[in-house]
Design a protein around this ligand. Structure first.
Ligand code: B12
Ligand code: SF4
Length: 640
């Protein structure tokens, strides 16, 4: 049998699903060929253009293959040629995105759709001996559905005996049932995790058995058997094999890409989400139909990481986990650290980590993390059910900076229940954080299938409709767009404010933060002396200052500032001060210092908790600031 990875699967991000399923199939007694046709297509377009398109969007690139399959040059079921799109106002957003992805060129869009896609499909049919296979399986995650449907249709036409099987995120649940109903050339859809169902299905096909397999939708004569409601996710993650990337690497070598890119491989230590299992974030559809948390034993994860590093000489490894397991702090991380090799690992984490935990991650080689930050407003974070506060998010960014971990995160807006007022303070917060890693994106919440917003829209007074884009990709005459869509547009009852309008100032502040960060031009750091601190700060602000302010804090104020490296309440600060400087330390003095530090944007405060913002890391380019306006903290107090 064959497993296929079609465009627009990223060439730089190999499919973990295929690297694992290869083993499941082998275990069942079959020997699969893996075809990375995404790599072949990238060869045709050039890696840079291909990745630019694949990375930019999870949906828009589907159009390139849809117009060949369902458009005028295919089955003529959708008016979606490039010319058609230009004439339809509803397609404007699609057209603009396609132009952006291809470097602003109508010509490139047309050429990819009308020339590259047909010749790629024709070459794929010729260069692979499809006739030898009993079954061909397509992985459909990201924007791979239409390319898979197009090639599958041609394979089926040429070799009707081949069973076509679809699996992956885009055919989870009822989306996949719709594929079986609407596309007669798809024989089976494997919903959700496939380790149990896929080998069983292959055995059935091999033995001519038409019995139903749990988790698999199929057609039997005119009858459709629906398998999405009884999926059997992998119960014990330790049963999962080490991923096999040998075919991926061979395909990269063959295409001449291996030397042009840094190799990054994927592994998983868990599936589902321990937080979401109890308090699913309101916007999160990440876990598809199986949110139940399962993790591998720490030693099993350690062996997997070691194996990947050794087998592929690859130290850059990304976990596909949605959330880092608490147990791994005490068991996995020390083992990785002891290995003493230069790992560069990526993990998604909850944002409430402590400094010690971040240090442990760093020392074990976890240099990139994706914390679930999403907002710097605690009311919004509550609406999103994140279980963290704004001050914790800021604390995490600060510690990451000091420890040397890159946090990759987004800030979202457009949550049901939010108001214009929730964002009034955001531009100032962005300026206060100008010395820390900015969000990768400031973007509107998308309403995802499987999220609480989707599952219970009434609770949020939401009305959801599939993104308009779907009508230019899937034929409404064959499938119900409500049922194939993964992403939805939401309107909220009683919400009259336009989010784009009230986000404008924040958007501009984020753009300049981003720019300053890229130029490495902003800093806010302190030097610790004997009983004093000196802060150097050139963040943008409303201060009567030159390019850089230098602020001296005396012994007592320094003690407060250092203590608030972690967010503390006034009560805790007073206790610390009285323990250190004697019971005479007055509350009003401490409050006055805190107010001053806040006014100078040197601290962040939320509900009586105070957090210092300056970092102890001296920026490389600004080791000795030239233009600086001297001011002592005492002066600032007197100036008041
Ligand atoms: C890790 C991950 C990433 C990684 C990249 C992973 C990679 N190798 O490409 C990073 C962080 C880079 C990433 C980025 C993005 N991601 Co992402 N990501 C995931 C995540 C968390 C895990 C995917 C994974 O590898 N899981 C482990 C494997 C083993 O599971 P699996 O792929 O589901 O495979 C199993 C089954 O589906 C099935 N199966 C899969 N293929 C096949 C094929 C056959 C024939 C069969 C029978 C079965 C089968 O068997 C497998 C084993 O059980 C998923 C969410 C999730 N929890 O699944 C989102 C998810 C895949 N990402 C998603 C999205 C949208 C994105 C982004 C576009 C995000 C954005 N908004 O910017 C980007 C862009 C990606 C790109 N184009 O390059 C969506 C995809 C939606 C869709 N329908 O396609 C998902 C589902 C999350 C979501 N709900 O939004 N992502
Ligand atoms: S957003 Fe992250 S933490 Fe929240 S439920 Fe989803 S996977 Fe879990």
């Amino acid at each position: 049998m064959a497993l296929v990875c079609m465009p627009w699967g990223s060439v730089l991000k190999p499919s973990l699903a295929l690297a694992l399923l290869k083993h499941s199939i082998k275990k069942a007694g079959y020997s699969p060929d893996l075809h990375y046709l995404n790599i072949a297509f990238a060869q045709r377009l050039g890696l840079r253009l291909y990745e630019h398109i694949a990375e930019r969007s999870f949906l828009h690139p589907e159009w390139f293959f849809s117009q060949s399959l369902f458009g005028p040059s295919g089955l003529a079921e959708i008016r979606n040629s490039w010319q058609d799109l230009l004439q339809q106002p509803g397609a404007l957003e699609l057209v603009e995105m396609l132009r952006e992805m291809t470097g602003g060129s109508d010509e490139t869009c047309r050429t990819i759709a009308q020339e590259h896609v047909p010749s790629f499909i024709s070459d794929s049919l010729q260069h692979v001996d499809w006739g030898q296979y009993m079954a061909v399986g397509f992985t459909t995650t990201f924007a791979q559905s239409l390319s898979s449907l197009l090639l599958a249709r041609h394979i089926k036409e040429k070799h009707p005996h081949i069973k076509i099987i679809f699996g992956g995120a885009s055919v989870d649940s009822e989306m996949g049932v719709e594929f079986i109903k609407g596309f007669p050339w798809v024989d089976y859809v494997v919903h959700g995790e496939a380790e149990n169902s896929f080998p069983q299905l292959l055995k059935n096909i091999d033995h001519g058995c038409t019995e139903e397999v749990p988790g698999v939708s199929m057609r039997r004569g005119e009858e459709i058997f629906r398998g999405d409601l009884d999926c059997r996710p992998l119960a014990d993650m330790n049963d999962s094999p080490f991923p096999d990337y040998s075919d991926y690497i061979a395909a990269l070598e063959q295409a001449g890409f291996r030397r042009k890119m840094e190799l990054r491989l994927y592994f998983e230590s868990s599936r589902g989400c321990w937080w979401g299992q109890k308090h699913q974030c309101s916007f999160c559809g990440l876990n598809g139909s199986s949110i139940e948390y399962r993790r591998k034993e720490p030693d099993r994860v350690f062996q997997e990481i070691k194996h990947l590093a050794e087998a592929y000489h690859c130290l850059t490894l990304s976990a596909t986990d949605n959330i880092f397991a608490q147990e791994y702090f005490s068991h996995l991380l020390p083992q990785l650290r002891e290995m003493d090799i230069d790992l560069n690992l990526f993990y998604e984490v909850k944002a409430n980590l402590k400094r010690k935990q971040l240090t442990m991650l760093h020392d074990a080689g976890v240099l990139d993390i994706q914390p679930g930050i999403e907002s710097f407003n605690s009311r919004i974070l509550e609406l999103a059910n994140k279980g963290v506060t704004a001050i914790q998010n800021i604390q995490l960014l600060k510690w990451c900076h000091e420890i040397g971990i890159t946090p990759i995160y987004n800030v979202l807006y457009g949550f049901p229940g939010e108001t214009r007022q929730d964002y009034e303070g955001l531009p100032r917060i962005f300026r206060q954080l100008a010395h820390l890693q900015p969000p990768a994106n400031l973007q509107q919440v998308l309403f995802e299938r499987f999220s609480p917003y989707y599952l219970d829209p009434g609770r949020f007074a939401l009305a959801l409709t599939p993104l308009e884009l779907y009508q230019f990709i899937f034929p409404g005459s064959r499938v119900c767009l409500d049922k194939v869509a993964y992403y939805f547009h939401g309107t909220q009852e009683g919400q009259h404010d336009d989010a784009q309008d009230y986000m404008q100032a924040s958007l501009e502040a984020w753009q300049s933060w981003e720019k300053q960060w890229r130029e490495q031009s902003t800093f806010c750091y302190y030097e610790k002396g004997p009983n004093f601190l000196t802060i150097h700060d050139n963040r943008p602000g409303d201060f009567p200052s030159a390019a850089c302010r230098t602020i001296h804090l005396d012994e007592r104020v320094s003690a407060v500032y250092l203590f608030c490296d972690e967010a503390h309440s006034l009560k805790a600060i007073l206790e610390m001060m009285r323990a250190r400087f004697g019971l005479g330390q007055s509350e009003s003095d401490v409050q006055l210092w805190l107010d001053q530090l806040l006014k100078q944007d040197l601290m962040f405060c939320e509900q009586d908790r105070y957090l210092s913002l300056a970092v102890r890391t001296r920026p490389r380019r600004y080791a000795s600031p030239l233009a600086s306006e001297q001011a002592t903290f005492q002066n600032l107090l007197i100036a008041q």
